[in-house]
Write a protein of this length. Sequence first.
Length: 76
Amino acid sequence: MAYTEEDKQKVLEKMKDKAWKTRDLAKILKLNKRDVDKIVQELIMEGKADYWSSGSTTLVTSKEFLEDMERRRSKG
């Protein structure tokens, strides 16, 4: 099943709250993980989302949340 623009918006809204594993994001939103993976890739290509790595785990989040996390991390 293909995803809708509404699904894409839901994913982006959730990613503004925190960094996610795509499988957890799919569960919370009750969407197919493959669709969430495709949505995330599209959002990354549009410059609205990005990957974030804790060193052992790679997560996805919105650009705004990523910038905020990096700002807080640099302040210590």
